[in-house]
Design a binder for this molecule. Sequence first.
Ligand SMILES: Cc1cc2nc3c(=O)[nH]c(=O)nc-3n(C[C@H](O)[C@H](O)[C@H](O)COP(=O)(O)OP(=O)(O)OC[C@H]3O[C@@H](n4cnc5c(N)ncnc54)[C@H](O)[C@@H]3O)c2cc1C
Length: 270
Amino acid sequence: MITIKRYVRAESLEQAYELNQKRANRILGGMLWMKMSKNAVQNAIDLSDVVSAEISEQEDAFVIGAMTVLRALETHEGLNRYTGGAVRESLRHIVGVQFRNTATIGGSVYGRFGFSDVLTMLLALDVRVELYKGGIVPLETYAEMPYDTDIIVNIIIRKTPMKTAYLSSRNSKSDFPVSACSLSFRENERRVVIGARPQKAMIIRADNEVMKLADADPEEFSNALAAQVQKEVKTSGNMRASAEYRRHLAKILTKRASMQILKEGRTGLC
Ligand SMILES: Cc1cc2nc3c(=O)[nH]c(=O)nc-3n(C[C@H](O)[C@H](O)[C@H](O)COP(=O)(O)OP(=O)(O)OC[C@H]3O[C@@H](n4cnc5c(N)ncnc54)[C@H](O)[C@@H]3O)c2cc1C
């Protein structure tokens, strides 16, 4: 169980940052993950007054305040138009609506959880993480950084033209995914992100041989991309599935998501 000695509603980002430098203090997101830990927290730092909980759609990007709840992303018309519904698909299986009305994007990105649908989805897009002290870093870089004491202020999704699709496989509804897969097809890149390996999501970019088939028959291209993913993805076994089963799922989900983009013409293009 987590115990909290003092609750602090931060009045400035600087105050929140200063407090967060002490090991016994913690930033609060929706507290859904944190409440399951066995921590004794001295000061629990609420960012509600200093970090936005809104999505601002701008001409070239979506700027999402770190306190925005997952449900707001799931139901955001602009984000789903841009991703052809992939953002909604990535979030709608996470526990339940009440849960997604509380879990924040900031807590989800900071966590960089292996099982994360959120990280898997975002890594397929052109995403930057805005940190209070650390500036703006690509999500791909942030995902590999060690856990630190900076504060995520915004998640920025640039409107780079691309088509996207998201699929996951679960043993039972609302459980953690056994495998998660998001694809983005851009002008010069075909990107596959495989999450819940069960390690943190990894990016696989179509190699030159597969790219040669980019204008070929959709099935031929999708088979080649899926075969590359099956070869390169690194998986492990745990209580939910074996490494081999996850590797198989990564192939299947990649093929299906690729076919969705190529056959159903998922529009992620703005
Ligand atoms: C039972 C359960 C099932 C789940 N299933 C799934 C699933 O299937 N798929 C999925 O993708 N996710 C799943 N999640 C994860 C969930 O979606 C959230 O990612 C998670 O709860 C963290 O969000 P939070 O707002 O609750 O963060 P918190 O628990 O409040 O915080 C998590 C961490 O982030 C830090 N933090 C929070 N905000 C910031 C910030 N702005 N800057 C810096 N650090 C910050 C906190 O200090 C803490 O260390 C599950 C979680 C639970 C508890």
